[in-house]
Every structure is written in structure tokens, then in C-alpha cells.
Design a protein around this ligand. Structure first.
Ligand code: PAF
Length: 274
């Protein structure tokens, strides 16, 4: 495995590649969720690039940029074992210059739900994903469904800018009790681990209601809020279509039910595709 810290190093190795390139962008602190993306990308492509870059432009003032978990050695070992060809770990000056040209999240979809709670987050995320997709020359790029709105916006960016890359949505990985894996779960302590399960429980409850024939979004959301009473604060419960338009009635095959809530220190998100 080659570790590339500069753009030149990355391009030099990439130039030797023949065939398809799978790409998994990450912010590091790799867990089983990332690993499932990496395994899928490995299986479906001739070459595999993983990036680890804690992108400052997608953190808002006062968010956890400085304390965001950094585990370079462990990440390196995990990638090596998974058969990654290039681990791209760029330094900040490689990625940004002063007075940059910026792309922005769309005015509606980019500013609801996560975009409303974290205004500007998606601008920074799209900016770095555009750079990383261009740098990697990916044929196929892999993103988790857990960040469903991120995934929808990246898919839209690729469509709007005619980028020549396939965006591959990957299933959410959960622990044995149902908690969606996230690097921020490591901030959960004591009873918070137990209480954090209310997010996935609320989604299970919603799914059961839909399966039993209840399709009214307001009724489902009300019931989810009851299940979410173990969270410290619920930021939103939403029922949208796959393009992130709000739905009054669940449409089977075209619906995402989402939740964001604080449990102790971390803000957690989860969702289910119906
Ligand atoms: O999902 C993430 O880890 C990040 O938002 C991404 C896509 C790597 C961009 O920094």
C-alpha cells in the first residue's frame, strides 16, 4: 500500500493504474461501517483508493473539528489489511489555497434538516468531495446511506456538474443492538450508550407502523417522538422522498425516514429507507 501525502505522490501512483478505480473518502477513525464500504469497493474495482482527511471547511464554528477523533496508525493498518492500493492522507495546504472558488449546496435541499441545523456544512462537504473525486479519478465512489442527505447532495452535484463518476450508496452498518456505527459514538459514555438506541428503535417502530398500513407522516412522526424520549434533545424527525422533498404520506420504495438527536455529548443521526 502506498501512502500519499501530496497530490504529486497520489497522481504518480495513479498514473500506473489500468482499469476501474474504486474510491472511499473518509475523515478517518475507521470503523466497521467504513470497512464495509472499503470491502465493497475492493470487490467491484481493479484499484482501490481510500482518503483520510478531516476537512475543516465542513465544520461550523464551535463544532468538534479540534477534538474530532484522529487515529492515523490504526487507519493505516486497517487499510493495509483491506488491500487498499493508495491511502491518500493529504496535508491541509495540499487541499486548499486562499481565496478559493467555492461551490455551494442547493438553496432548498442543502438548507433543510442537516443543512438547517448546520448551515454551511454542506458547502464545505461538497467542496472537498468535488476535489477528492477529481483527484482520485474514481470510476465508482462509495458513500454510506447513514449520511443520507450528504449522499443525495453528492449525487446531485455529480449530475449538475456532469462529473464522470458513479456514486454508489452503501447500506448502514449497525452494532449488535442496532446503533448505527459512527466515529462520534466514541463520545457516548455510561447510560448514553443505552439511551442512544432510541434512535434506531424509533425507526423500527416507524417501519412496523408502515408495514401495518399506517402511511400518514404526521402520525408516524408523533409516535417516533414518543420512542425518542430517551434522547436529551430531538433536533428533527423527518419523512422525505429520495430527493428530500417532504412527504405527507409514506411512498413505499421512495421514502427515507430520518432522525437527529443529542444523547450526551454527541449529536447522532440515523435513518431508514423504505
Ligand atoms: O462522510 C464523511 O466522512 C465526509 O463528509 C466526507 C464525505 C469524507 C467528506 O469530508
Amino acid at each position: 500500500m502506498i501512502i500519499a501525502r501530496t497530490i504529486d505522490e497520489l497522481q504518480k501512483v495513479k498514473r500506473e493504474f489500468k482499469g476501474s478505480i474504486g474510491f472511499v473518502p473518509t475523515m478517518g477513525a475507521l470503523h466497521q461501517g467504513h470497512l464495509s464500504l472499503i470491502h465493497q469497493a475492493k470487490e467491484e474495482n481493479d484499484h482501490l483508493i481510500v482518503s483520510v482527511f478531516v476537512n475543516p471547511t465542513q465544520f461550523l464554528e464551535g463544532e468538534d473539528l479540534d477534538s474530532y477523533p484522529r487515529r492515523e496508525d490504526a487507519d493505516r493498518k486497517i487499510c493495509e489489511l483491506a488491500g487498499v492500493d493508495i491511502l491518500f492522507m493529504p496535508m491541509i495546504d495540499q487541499m486548499y489555497e486562499k481565496d478559493e472558488l467555492c461551490i455551494g449546496a442547493p438553496a432548498i435541499r442543502g438548507y433543510i434538516l442537516e443543512g438547517e441545523k448546520r448551515p454551511g456544512h454542506f458547502d464545505g462537504m461538497l467542496q472537498v468531495v468535488m476535489k477528492l473525486l477529481n483527484l482520485s479519478g474514481a470510476t465508482n465512489a462509495y458513500f454510506g446511506k447513514k449520511d443520507a442527505q450528504q449522499l443525495a447532495l453528492i449525487t446531485q452535484m455529480v449530475r449538475n456538474y456532469f462529473m464522470d463518476v458513479n456514486i454508489i450508496p452503501c447500506e448502514i452498518v449497525r452494532d449488535e443492538r442496532g446503533l448505527a456505527l459512527s466515529s462520534r459514538n466514541m463520545y457516548l459514555h455510561g447510560d448514553e450508550k443505552e439511551r442512544a438506541l432510541c434512535l434506531s428503535r424509533s425507526l423500527k417502530r416507524a417501519t412496523k407502523m408502515v408495514m401495518a398500513g399506517e402511511h400518514n407522516a404526521e402520525t408516524i412522526k408523533k409516535e417516533m417522538l414518543n420512542v425518542l424520549s430517551d434522547a436529551d434533545e430531538v433536533e428533527y424527525v423527518a419523512i422525505v422522498d429520495r430527493e428530500f422533498n417532504a412527504l405527507e404520506e409514506v411512498e413505499i420504495g421512495n421514502t427515507i425516514i430520518l432522525v437527529a438527536a443529542w444523547v450526551g455529548k454527541p449529536r447522532l443521526i440515523d435513518n431508514i429507507w423504505i
